[in-house]
Design a protein around this ligand. Sequence first.
Ligand SMILES: [Zn+2]
Length: 155
Amino acid sequence: MNFWSRLFGSAKPDEGSSAAPTASSVSADWKRADCGFCGQRRIEWDQSAPYPYTVWKCSCGAIGSGAWLPDLDEVGDQLLVILGINTRVSEPCVPTDEPAISMQRYDVNKVEHDMAEILKRYGHEFRITPGNNHNERLFWARRIMKGVTDHERTA
Ligand SMILES: [Zn+2]
């Protein structure tokens, strides 16, 4: 039917057990990622998604996006936009004495905590998977499965 069904219809040798135990969940070029929910491996990025950070859409309904740590609050915001949730996790800029400089407070742990809370409130689960190094992470969200919401999923 479309690109995704073709992709997921293909055989995937070496799935699961043979992978390195602490492998990155994303390819070095950030074109392919492993689903944070169902474990689907190396999903190709959604090139049609008009967003600044790479987006992956898994056949299980999960949507992922990621970046390095300083951008993860904006990745979180982007994920909320994609899901149609009208709230943000990025911190507003804090004014400083120097008008030309606006300090942005940033706490990735708070962002991740807030993401989990917000998504739960809106009926989604939140998961985090590792990037290629400790400075990179992927955020995943998936609607908690209910039959009535299946038609909303964008496969
Ligand atoms: Zn999945």
